[in-house]
Design a protein around this ligand. Structure first.
Ligand code: 8YV
Length: 323
């Protein structure tokens, strides 16, 4: 083990960007937890010296882990969402936390639009129809889809991703309103302070807000009821934002028309009841999963770790005020 380099604990591999691992190893002595024969022993032997931790949405840094690392100074997380990190706990100990904002906005917004189109036009159902030989054999007919162009688009959470979703709506001649903690001064779209009113107004409601305790089950039965039997819900944020049980009931009973989901309450588990529904389009949390975007995310994660090694400060810190 190098005596001079600070110790970095990695909860995940960084294979997508050639050189990412080398760049980390230039600055740090890297401990790769997932490769350790005895992870508990590695934590016992070296946890006391770890200065930087690499985490992600799928590789959480909860308080219990943070507490095993008394010398920890920075957590660098892959992904924009940081609900998998106990940020308040880290900040209370003076530990900096970084995420990878902005670089994934376009791809997440693209997938939101993919889900809008797929859900409204019944593309999943239609594809299954072809694959199952129902078209060739004229075994059944497909229900008609819903026109997308000209519809009313409601966005819950007009942050970085929500804005990219909104910008793409102009090609579809849509009327657009949004709900946020507060109105944005830099956009002309109508702000709706009341989420129920936004849902009642919308044909399509896109959830692009942050996850975590503050937004847990923000989309509940009442919101779904307001969205109504012609309404469609799209979620590219976090599964926790939607009451999944209420959503399943709403899809089963026709309380809403359909849902396009990239995220679920306890991933990777997707309830069988959801899988059985033809009016739901289900994706395995792939919104940022393009080569270009994942490379940019890994690059920004490494830049954060490099910046900390150089200057003692991460590059894109998760702000204290929102935690
Ligand atoms: C990633 C995400 O799949 O950025 C996020 O918050 O949920 C996704 O982009 C994930 O973070 C990869 O670790």
């Amino acid at each position: 083990m190098s005596e001079t380099k600070p110790i970095l604990l990695q909860l995940l591999a960084l294979p997508i960007l050639p050189d990412a691992q080398k760049r980390l190893e230039k600055r740090y002595h890297c401990l790769r937890l997932w490769e350790a024969e005895d992870p508990n022993r590695l934590m016992r032997d070296h946890g006391g010296q770890v200065e930087v931790l690499i985490a992600s949405a799928f590789h959480p840094a909860r308080a219990a882990l943070i507490d095993q690392l008394p010398e920890l100074k920075a957590i660098c997380s892959l992904g924009v969402g940081y609900d998998s990190i106990d940020v308040e706990h880290a900040h209370a100990r003076g530990i900096q936390v970084s995420n990878t904002p902005d670089v994934l906005n376009d791809c997440v917004a693209d997938l939101a639009w993919g889900l809008i189109l797929a859900t409204m036009r019944g593309m999943g159902r239609a594809e299954r129809f072809v694959r199952e030989g129902k078209w060739e054999n004229q075994l059944a007919s497909l229900p008609l889809g819903k026109r997308v162009t000209g519809k009313r688009l409601g966005i819950v959470g007009l942050g970085r991703v929500g804005l990219a979703v909104a910008q793409r709506a102009s090609g579809f001649a849509m009327d657009l309103r949004y709900h946020n903690r507060r109105p944005r001064a830099d956009v002309a779209w109508t702000y709706e302070s009341d989420l129920l009113a936004l849902a009642a107004w919308s044909d399509i409601l896109v959830v692009a807000t942050v996850g975590g305790p503050d937004t847990r089950h923000l989309i509940d039965r009442r919101v779904l009821e307001a969205l109504g039997p012609e309404g469609v819900l799209i979620n590219v944020a976090r599964g926790s934002v939607v009451d999944e049980k209420a959503l399943i009931e709403a899809l089963e009973s026709g309380l809403i028309a359909g849902a396009g989901l990239d995220v679920f309450e306890s991933e990777p588990h997707v309830p069988d009841a959801l899988k059985a529904l033809d009016n739901a389009v289900l994706m395995p949390h792939i919104a940022s999963a393009t080569l270009e975007t994942r490379q940019a995310m890994v690059n920004l994660l490494v830049e954060n770790a490099e910046s900390y090694a150089r200057s003692g400060k991460v590059l894109t810190p998760v702000p204290r005020s929102v935690t």
